[in-house]
Design a protein around this ligand. Structure first.
Ligand code: GAR
Length: 217
């Protein structure tokens, strides 16, 4: 039986689209059963419908600081659709600790940096200002702290001297679209287990390739 997944979005939903695309494969162990946006005008909603996925809008703005109130409505929608796993895809609303604890081990997020470096806002700008030569993306389990939690998968990209936040974000987005479906596949097939603050993967081996940056010719 395929695991029933909800993707939560606030914006363009390119990671959502990558997950929907991957889940269309007959052997993918999860199905995208629902896309929920906390913004009625999120462009990702149209993309989800085009992909044949049920969508719901639960506007968070009217709830203001009442996060628990918003989450009550959210949880009701998740229950109604029998959702087992959640993927956050650019979902720009913080959860209460209670909600993250209730979904611990069953809720993934993707962040465009090699966590624990550069959590929070403007991770691309943070990476450029720090002058790192490699950056990337991280899929992790969600915990009460923002952009933290046991790391399921990371992908790295080189950072060049001429990169801007835009060019870096484009390059990182490509790796995001690759690793998010793979991380969901691991979770849905029960290949990951959390040990304390760390996530371990059954049958995994380190990639044999090195990524060195900069290359000087
Ligand atoms: C992605 O780059 C994702 O990693 C980031 O928001 C973007 C959403 O794009 N998430 C965070 O920064 C979480 N802290 P998308 O809507 O096209 O998937």
């Amino acid at each position: 039986m395929k695991r029933r997944v909800a993707i939560l979005i606030s914006g363009r939903g390119s990671n959502m689209a990558a997950l929907i695309r991957a889940a269309a494969a007959p052997d993918f162990p999860a199905e995208i059963s629902l896309v929920i946006s906390n913004k009625a005008d999120a462009p990702g909603l149209e993309r989800a419908r085009a992909g044949g996925v049920t969508t719901e809008v639960i506007e968070s703005k009217p709830f203001g600081k009442d996060r628990a109130g918003f989450e009550k409505v959210l949880q009701a929608a998740l229950d109604q659709h029998g959702i087992e796993l959640i993927c956050l895809g650019g979902f720009m609303r913080l959860f209460t600790a209670e909600f993250t604890k209730a979904w611990y081990g069953r809720m993934l997020n993707i962040h465009p940096s090699l966590l624990p470096s550069f959590p929070g806002l403007d991770p691309h700008g943070q990476a450029l200002r720090a002058g790192v030569k490699l950056s990337g993306a991280t899929v992790h389990f969600v915990i009460p702290e923002t952009d933290a939690g046991p790391i399921v998968m990371q992908g790295a990209v080189p950072v060049g001297d001429h990169d801007t936040a835009e060019t870096l974000s484009e390059r990182i987005l490509e790796i995001e679209h690759r690793i998010y479906p793979e991380a969901l596949r691991l979770l849905a097939t029960g290949k990951v287990r959390i040990e304390g603050d760390i996530c371990r993967t059954e049958g995994s081996a380190a990639s044999e390739n090195f990524l060195v940056s900069p290359l000087v010719r």
